[in-house]
Design a protein around this ligand. Sequence first.
Ligand code: UDP
Ligand code: MG
Length: 318
Amino acid sequence: MSVDISVIDISVIIPLKNEEESLPELVAWIAKVMEAHRFTYEVWMVDDGSTDSSWEVIQRLAADDDRIRAIRFRRNYGKSAALNEGFRSARGNVVITMDADLQDSPDEIPELYRMIMEDGYDLVSGWKKKRYDNTFTKNLPSKLYNWTTTKMSGVKLHDMNCGLKAYRKKVVKSIEVYGEMHRYIPVIAKWAGFRNIGEKVVEHRARKYGVTKFGLERFINGFLDLASIMFIGKFGKRPMHLFGALGTLFFLAGFGIAFYLAFAKIFFDRYNMTDRPIFYLAILFMIIGSQLFLTGFIGELVARNAPERNTYLIEETI
Ligand code: UDP
Ligand code: MG
């Protein structure tokens, strides 16, 4: 099927890993919804290193429908990298992300689109109010995660990590996600200056085929990434400033002690400055201080010349 895509209303981004059974159903469902609402659209399937036949399925689907585009990673780089590549490729005015496993419903797309275009939201995050996942490995940890993220970031959402989200185009073109960052994209969007962040209760369904790719250990990675992003946020993208500041403090303390000892020796001839134990402290502090300062300085140089953090490789594009 071929359509005029000079203006694309919606880009749907689907990160996927080993979801061969779900894809045909998902693509047909999306087409049904889009056609019913007369949206022009494109689908970007990002195959994040599947080892089943997902890519063959995608090739078949794309051959029948030129609204379907696809990117295949050379190996598994994670959901964030997959989303990031989708963000770069998307051309629609509104960008929708959804999981490939049919847990998110394409029926939500029209209302999400309306909230961006008419209500003026920059980002609308889905809220799986009634959730069909394992209580102990997913639902409870997820609640805890949300609570902490909300407290730390000030972005008040019930379900930060919902795979179903809608974005105004300029949001996805202004942010970059890597590591486990897909868990708190609303926070990243807020830091990029997008204030209008909303949420919509969405239908959630039990996984129909295949198995979940996210277990408890990935929550832990998520927390670590959150900690590092908060840290980066605090030090204005220059964590190295912390080393510089600490180094300066140490150096000044050491220098102060040495100055005091020298002053006492020269003007009052109290004692030989090297006889005093704190002399060694002064030397130690000055050494630690200058080392820390230089570490910060080098870090700063590296950071300024660092390439983009996303270093995934693309095997093939349709
Ligand atoms: N996914 C991915 N890369 C990965 C892991 C998962 O692209 O390394 C995709 C997966 O195929 C699905 C979505 O991310 O489309 C959400 O994953 P999953 O359904 O396993 O997570 P859950 O719904 O259990 O949280
Ligand atoms: Mg799922």
